[in-house]
Write a protein that binds this ligand. Structure first.
Ligand SMILES: Cc1ncc(COP(=O)(O)O)c(C=O)c1O
Length: 435
């Protein structure tokens, strides 16, 4: 790719068609097929047609969606999408929101609101005075949390040393007694971060027990629901989120399970005041419209892409039932793939999906060490990827190397499931023949 794409900087311009033709040709083999239905590595959804087309229009219109006066339709579309999103995700209608680049920045936005809110109740204006002189904030969360939480904490100047990872049970849920003890151990301002769908097994914390516990101790509760929050859209899986609506903030993605093209995350905050205090911005040269929603008041950005169009279009295309259908189909497909793999010689199922995440591994044979099982698993994952019939990735889980089965694409159906299982079968058979 470097040999093709690192061209000398041209002095004179080229005609646009040549530029495009060359770009497409030079990028060949460097474009992953992750938008397709046989991609099961990471939680990478595809793009439903209306969202993809609206994303093209977003580029064509090229609106700066920071404020209503600059991009009126973009502002109102985001406002409407925010209302729909809260409804679909079972969040309080009064919650404030921001359409951001992804769950990473949704964490930053929500935790900035948390930082403001917790310190405000202690008489500290963190936006004016910063953190020096403020009591140290601590974060209590699960040891299976996603790394994006850590980076949000770094960006907000809280420092990762303030994170205390608490143990989880067999189902990957934060242990209530551990949280209770940690809460009681200090009266420091506290953020509790819970999970709706952890990255390996899609575990959901017991919100109905943990959130009231955290609230009694005066903590701010934030939920990382990058993909799992979408379970709320499905009558079949909604129960996993019982009590989640009592949190103070929620972060999720549009570019995962909603199948919106990349650059789509959502932050929600139950009390809009700390959210607005953390993000708002005013300048004399900007024309604010108090009757409208100016995104610059809620987002960690100034000039920004009108990313609401794609979300709006995805929700319109799918409707309430279509979103539920994607969630349920993906869960069924994940289950079918893991069940199918479980019938093959040389596969050990480590986690049967409860939602859209499963884990298997490929043991090296009896008497082998953990490292040998891991090496074998990695070699087989690499062979599956180079076969091209399906794409899976590896992970470490509870001391074992495993292959993740993540299903979040609207195009994954029975044919893709069959192809995935046949691909693994083919790779294992050819390996057996060679050994
Ligand atoms: C559980 C979880 N949280 C947060 C993230 C970060 O989301 P994003 O990549 O959209 O910033 C991811 C995945 O990427 C995730 O799986």
């Amino acid at each position: 790719l470097r040999a093709r794409l690192f061209k000398p900087l041209n002095n004179d311009g080229l005609d646009p068609e040549t530029v495009l033709r060359e770009l497409v040709a030079d990028a060949r083999e460097g474009i992953h097929g992750n938008a397709g239905g046989r991609f099961f590595g990471w939680v990478i959804g595809g793009a439903v047609p209306a969202a993809l087309a609206a994303d093209w229009m977003t580029s064509v219109w090229d609106q700066n969606a920071g404020m209503f006066t600059v991009a009126p339709a973009a502002s109102v579309v985001e406002e409407a999408a925010g209302v729909w999103l809260k409804d679909l995700l079972g969040l309080p209608a009064r919650a404030s929101f921001a359409l951001v680049t992804g769950c990473q920045m949704a964490h930053v936005t929500c935790l900035a609101a948390a930082r403001n809110g917790l310190l405000h109740t202690r008489g500290i204006d963190v936006e004016r005075d910063g953190l020096s002189g403020a009591p140290a904030i601590r974060i209590l969360t699960s040891c299976e949390r996603h790394g994006s939480v850590e980076r949000a904490v770094r960006l907000l100047g809280l420092g990762v040393a303030c994170i205390r990872d608490l143990p989880v049970n067999e189902e990957g849920q934060l242990v209530p007694q551990a949280l209770e003890q940690a809460l009681a151990a200090s009266d420091a301002p506290t953020i509790v971060i819970l999970q709706a769908g952890d990255l390996n097994i899609g575990a959901f914390d017991d919100f109905a027990t943990l959130i009231p516990m955290a609230k009694r101790a005066g903590a701010w509760v934030h939920i990382d629901g990058a993909f799992g929050l979408w379970a709320a859209a499905s009558p079949k899986y909604r129960h996993l989120l019982t009590g989640a609506e009592q949190a103070d903030s929620w972060a999720t993605d549009g570019h995962k399970w909603l199948n919106v093209p990349y650059d789509s995350g959502f932050a929600f905050v139950a009390d809009g005041l700390p959210h607005r205090r953390a993000m708002s911005h005013r300048a004399a040269y900007l024309a604010f419209d108090d009757a409208a929603r100016d995104q610059v008041e809620w987002n960690p950005e100034y000039s920004r892409r009108a990313r609401g169009f794609a979300t709006y279009a995805a929700i319109r295309q799918l409707g309430r039932n279509g979103v539920a259908e994607i969630v349920e189909n993906c869960c069924a497909a994940a289950r079918a793939i893991v069940d199918g793999l479980g019938t093959l010689e040389g596969v050990e199922v480590l986690w049967t999906p409860t939602i859209n995440q499963g884990l298997v591994r490929f043991p090296a044979g009896s008497g082998s060490s953990e490292a040998e099982h891991g090496r074998n698993t990695d070699e087989i994952i690499a062979a599956i990827v180079s076969d091209g019939g399906a794409f899976f990735g590896g992970t470490n889980w509870r001391g074992k190397r495993a292959m993740r089965i993540s299903v979040s694409n609207w195009q994954t159906g029975a044919e893709e499931v069959q192809c995935a299982v046949e691909t693994v079968d083919r790779v294992l058979a050819s390996r057996r023949r060679r050994l």
